[in-house]
Ligand binder design. Structure first.
Ligand SMILES: [Cu+2]
Length: 318
């Protein structure tokens, strides 16, 4: 199995890789078995009923119910089993653990821009420690891209105007290729990069060598003031605007009577398309920031909004 894996598959370097490989191998084994079965039966009939053979050719009477049921039921169970097995894996892949490190990724023709929670940025490189789950929150500045790390068996489209996520826990230190796997223009094939998975001590040393910028939350807080958000979103504001403390992950009643969960997408849309969903009890007075805020600045603002605690803050604390 390991031997087969070593030349059939790329390196297996994340928690997801073994499970994906097992499903793939099971599908391969099943297809092979069925191919062989069909071939053997076809050959058997070819020989048995060849011209001139003395085989009994009288048609069977009625329908052989037992056989019909057997060959319907067995494949049905096998394929349903495969379906549930793969679906379970798919659900696991779409549910990042709560303690995963959140890293923002912006795809752009033709590069990957990475923002770490501590504010460091990288281009076409991602340095992470081994054994810690990582959640990528991804969006695109222009066209559809796709963040693909074959050695991790993870791949997710990166779409302009919305966030998609992908998570994994790297299990082996090493250097792993990132590809863009959606054709995105002339230099698509060069939209590649590397994930560096490091031992925690080595990662800490690497961190020390990097200039220490403000954390992403601090950058977001700065933008929140410099962009004038704080002019409206405080208690003392002349404009009646909702306080944003503790908003992330909470249900928000909208003017049209519906209820939405304030996830990253909702925050993003509130900033870029404020008239799309109006919070209940408020007038649509918020200006749009579409085209004024870069994806990176937006990520920082969202990280800041997510960091705001549950308790509405007192005036003057900001
Ligand atoms: Cu691309």
């Amino acid at each position: 199995m390991r031997f087969v894996g070593s030349f059939l598959f790329p390196e297996s370097a994340s928690n997801l890789a073994p499970n994906v490989d097992h499903i793939y191998l099971a599908l391969l084994a099943l297809s092979t078995a069925i191919t062989i079965l069909v071939l053997v039966v076809a050959l058997f009939f070819c020989i048995r009923y060849r011209r001139g053979s003395k085989a009994d050719r009288t048609p069977p009477k009625g329908t052989p119910m037992r056989i019909e049921i057997t060959w319907t039921l067995i494949p049905l169970l096998i394929f349903l089993g495969l379906f549930f097995w793969a679906a379970e894996e798919f659900f696991a892949m779409s549910r990042p653990p709560a303690d995963a490190t959140e890293i923002y990724v912006v795809g752009k023709q033709w590069m990957w821009k990475i923002q770490h929670p501590d504010g460091r940025r990288e281009i076409n490189e991602l340095h992470i420690p081994v054994g810690r789950p990582v959640k990528l929150v991804m969006t695109s500045e222009d066209v559809i891209h796709d963040f693909f790390v074959p050695d991790f068996r993870t791949k997710q489209d990166v779409v302009p105007g919305r966030y998609t996520t992908e998570w994994f826990t790297p299990t082996k230190p090493g250097k792993y290729h990132i590809f863009c796997s959606q054709y995105c223009g002339t230099d698509h094939s060069r939209m590649v990069g590397w994930v560096y998975v490091m031992e925690p001590a080595e990662h800490a040393r690497w961190l020390q060598r990097q200039p220490a910028p403000d954390s992403l939350v601090a950058q977001g807080e700065r933008a929140f003031h410099s962009r004038g958000c704080s002019g409206c979103h405080v208690q003392s504001s002349a404009i009646h605007a909702p306080l944003l403390d503790g908003i992330f992950g909470k249900p928000v009643p909208l003017k049209d009577g519906s209820l939405v969960i304030a996830d990253e997408q909702y925050l993003r849309d509130s900033i870029l398309l404020p008239n799309k969903q109006i919070a209940a009890g408020y007038e649509p007075l918020m200006p749009t920031f579409q085209g004024q805020i870069s994806e990176e600045e937006l990520n920082a603002i969202i990280a800041y909004l997510k960091s705001l605690g549950d308790q509405p803050r007192q005036e003057g604390e900001r």
